[in-house]
Design a protein. Structure first.
Length: 231
């Protein structure tokens, strides 16, 4: 937790972490090597917001994990605009070589934004990454992202179609994670996704308040996993 966090606007935000909450949830966690694979969501694209911690959400997770494991090693391979197949092709081998014990994968969003989205193919790419990383000894986190059809950049005629695809991706990722025993974090349907003030100036990516919310959701899910491990 950053110094002075209790006095920030973020600490008073009901959707973000309370002071001391992450330390309590992650106390005694076993993870020492944390890797992130994915697209712009993983890499941390997002505008600063006054009063909110200036760290992207995966960096926030890393910071909170490191509070409990000071020797934690961190590798973020995220690159914006990649589709699921490209993430597997370009990042999976490097992630396995890193020998992580905890991995977060954010993939499929750039597929679902397009009319060419093929749900079965994206599931296969995600499944291949999850399985390979589990076989390498890692706990794997998957993510149901904000439904960005609510973002200001999407014109009304396409909002409905984009929303349907984003929600389908989220539901299928959750089901795939359940089948494979991954740790799923569901951000889809969160009230903040409907708020235009949650987005960066590009009108597509969440700003750092959104990052703080997603970090809180992930840390709370990890805390639940520590008390009730995913089968």
């Amino acid at each position: 937790m950053v110094d002075g966090y209790a006095a920030t606007l973020e600490a008073a935000d009901p959707y973000c972490l309370d002071p001391g909450e992450a330390a309590a949830l992650l106390a005694g966690h076993p993870w020492k090597r944390f890797a992130v694979l994915g697209d712009s969501v993983a890499s941390g694209v997002g505008d600063p917001v006054p009063g909110y911690v200036e760290q992207a959400w995966c960096d926030r997770i890393r910071s909170e994990l490191a509070e409990q494991q000071p020797d934690l090693c961190y590798l973020n391979l995220g690159v914006r605009e990649l589709r699921a197949a490209e993430i597997r092709e370009q990042q999976l081998a490097a992630a396995v070589r890193f020998a992580p014990d905890l991995v977060l994968i954010s993939a499929g969003g750039n597929d679902a934004l397009r009319r060419s989205y093929q749900p079965d193919a994206v599931d296969a790419e995600l499944g291949a990454m999850i399985t390979a990383l589990q076989e390498a000894g890692a706990d794997v986190i998957t993510v149901g992202m904000f439904d960005v059809s609510y973002a200001p950049s999407f014109p009304e005629p396409v909002k409905h179609q984009v929303g349907e695809r984003m929600r389908m991706l989220s539901a299928r990722t959750a089901a795939l994670s359940a089948r494979l025993g991954a740790i799923h974090v569901n951000c889809t349907g969160h009230p903040a996704e409907r708020d235009p003030a949650s987005y960066s100036a590009d009108g597509v990516h969440g700003n750092l308040r959104s990052h703080g919310i997603c970090a809180a959701l992930t840390i709370r899910r990890l805390g639940l996993h520590l008390t009730r491990p995913t089968p």
